[in-house]
Design a protein around this ligand. Structure first.
Ligand SMILES: [Zn+2]
Length: 337
């Protein structure tokens, strides 16, 4: 009976009512960029990235809509993983719409001659100078009440020691196939493990293949997670088997666009991950075609004609059970611990 009541409250929560003990996560559709809102049961909020600038404030509007749906009015902790336009571009537009408590990032822009990145970084740097701001290092925490948010990589460095309970040898390291390192901002991404009671989520920004290796080999420094927020939108140069299969997620949520990320290679690695129950996608992937996309009910925005900017929501109980919901069609699934 108690279980029925708990599950009932989870399902109600996924339908819009926020139970006081639940973590609410919105994977917001920013059309192939990244913006993920975490609302702690304490009422504090953390936003990881802001999507793009421009587009008549499209991405800032979608973030504000998600916050409104969650019943919150401000972003207490804004985490900017790196300075590409699909992550940091929307910061000024968001700041014009919502109060921001404090900004966290990895420091300076490394792409000193890339005009597109400079055009993102300069307005961001001007804005962050007006807010409380902290450059974080591996091992630091984002102090949102009710969650443990631990930075595991920043500015190209990763945690020296495994997280508590992690550190198991990773047998897949022996079959690792190296790719040339990325010299730019993706590899500098802030990456984090978010713990809420018995629930763990990985959110690794756009970390590149070799930086994933640093976290996963020769031992798995991160441990296992319940939810894998896909790294770099499901692009083929991230989401190696070494890290995805070591993380052993039950659910993955892919922040791909129709023609951004969603590669057949990363999709296959995730779909074949041992223990994976479901992959959810923000968009149908054109590259994936009929063989490398999930069933339509798991896709928030399945076509250019049917793209309402819908989010994928997670409502999690501290015991480790969680519900994932497709905001387009209301389809939701309960993952019991
Ligand atoms: Zn990106």
């Amino acid at each position: 009976m108690l279980i029925r009541i708990l599950l009932g409250s989870l399902l109600l929560g996924a339908a819009g009512l926020l139970p006081a003990q639940a973590l609410h996560v919105y994977a917001i559709d920013v059309e192939g960029g990244k913006s993920t809102l975490y609302v702690s049961p304490s009422g504090e909020t953390m936003l990881v990235d802001t999507g793009y600038a421009g587009n008549n404030n499209r991405d800032a509007n979608r973030i504000a809509a998600a916050a409104k749906a969650a019943g919150v009015k401000r972003i207490d902790y804004l985490v900017v993983t790196h300075y590409h336009g699909d992550h940091a571009g929307g910061v000024p537009q968001l700041a014009a719409q919502m109060p921001i408590g404090k900004i966290y990032d990895h420091g300076d822009n490394i792409e000193k001659t890339n005009q597109k990145t400079i055009a993102v970084f300069e307005p961001f740097a001007a804005l962050r100078a007006k807010y409380p701001h902290q450059t974080v290092q591996p091992g630091d925490v984002i102090p949102i009440k009710g969650l443990d948010v631990r930075i595991v990589a920043a500015a190209g460095d990763s945690i020296a020691k495994p997280l508590p309970g992690a550190g198991q040898p990773n047998p897949l390291c022996s079959t690792y196939e190296a790719l040339p390192p990325d010299p730019g901002e993706n590899a500098r991404s802030l990456a984090m493990i978010i713990t809420f009671g018995n629930l763990r989520i990985s959110d690794l920004g756009d970390l590149f293949w070799d930086k994933e290796y640093d976290l996963a080999c020769p031992v798995n420094k991160l441990g296992i997670v319940d939810i894998y927020m896909t790294t770099h939108h499901g692009t083929a140069t991230s989401s190696s088997p070494q890290i995805v299969h070591a993380l052993h997620p039950r659910v993955a949520i892919m922040n791909n666009g129709a023609s951004k990320g969603g590669s057949a290679k990363a999709w296959t690695t995730i779909e074949t991950s041992p223990g994976l129950e479901d992959l959810w996608q923000l968009h149908y992937s054109n590259e994936g075609g009929k063989d490398h996309n999930v069933k339509e009910k798991f896709i928030a925005n399945p076509s250019a004609e049917n793209d309402g900017g819908y989010a994928i929501e997670v409502l999690a109980h501290p015991g480790g059970s969680f519900v994932v919901r497709n905001n387009r069609n209301g389809f939701e699934k309960n993952y019991r611990k």
